[in-house]
Design a protein around this ligand. Sequence first.
Ligand SMILES: Cc1cc2nc3c(=O)[nH]c(=O)nc-3n(C[C@H](O)[C@H](O)[C@H](O)COP(=O)(O)O)c2cc1C
Length: 366
Amino acid sequence: MEEKFVNLSDYQKASKKNVTKMAYDYIRGGSIDELTLSRNTKAFRKILLKQNILVDVSSIDLRASVLGQELAKPLIIGAVSLHKLSHPDGEYATARAAENLNALMLLSSLSSTSLEDVATASSSPKWFQLYWNKDRTITRDIVERAEQAGYKAIALTVDAPVLGHREKDAYNQFTLPEDVFLENYRGMDQMKLPGVSGSNSGLAQYVADQIEDSITWKDLDWLQSLTNLPIIIKGLQTAEDAKRCVDYGVNGIIVSNHGGRQLDGSLSSIECLPRVVRAADGIDVMLDSGIRRGSDIVKAMALGAKAVLIGRPYIWGLGAKGQQGVEEVYNLLIKELEITMAMIGCPSLDQLDISFIEEHTIPNYP
Ligand SMILES: Cc1cc2nc3c(=O)[nH]c(=O)nc-3n(C[C@H](O)[C@H](O)[C@H](O)COP(=O)(O)O)c2cc1C
């Protein structure tokens, strides 16, 4: 019987058939007990939408704007490492999909295609996700390369001073297939994961060896001195940290818990969003972690996100059908977004606000 692709889990199932168990577990999994991973999706379900009737919704305006950049749709292709674990075309396929979709793409530092090759693969706008290397010359070079290649912002990931303990990866002794490399570090020791021994994951060891765990707010000065690009902080959850972003001249915030892959036992992203928006004092706030339906995009934007990012959803599309799968998953979420906007009687994202959420279901954490 022909396989039907109606919702996201159809792509997840197809991807599971196509990729190795090691890759599938790496992509799906969260850290420790996966409490935050499951909370991310459950919390969206607890937020309820309000319907307004007899509104002209014959045309729905889905344009958005973030950091002064116009987006055709408020959905950004988020930072996920190692696309070649899901499809041989890897980030090239994703970048081609982004161009066809006219979507913004945030490329991971740990990509399996170099940032330069991704930049030339498509003309759609791109941001670069930065892991701060212990060797500052490497950090500096990669930021300069990203700027030179035309990336429009640097998103510094701050929720991974160490890698979250992902038990499946430890059982699988996660490492890279022989033909997949961290291409941004070609020619350097950092291009491969270290060998694994015992119950370990090669990536956990890599992060321990390479990613700086001593940076603090004060170090942002140095990053800002390297580049004219806007700096986004990715992986922030509290009002206090949002205020620090204001103090340190950060340009954008991504409320995120890394898709439940880092600190386990924290709130979901959507639960953190209102307090961050309140404290961010005009800095553009985005959100990722747990977006699985178009209605989730509506909820996040009604609570103040300027745009949202997805990780696993499009990677399942990539694993299921390559570039076409990325496009299909993206369009599926956009279709659901459009339907939800029509149902709640909101013809434009500009008009979406907290009044579209049932008051008693608004997450309210100080
Ligand atoms: C397989 C995988 C790899 C990831 N790699 C990175 C990465 O290299 N850098 C980063 O900042 N975030 C990374 N993330 C986190 C995503 O950017 C994003 O925060 C998360 O996937 C959002 O949650 P979602 O998967 O529920 O959409 C990764 C996530 C997954 C699932």
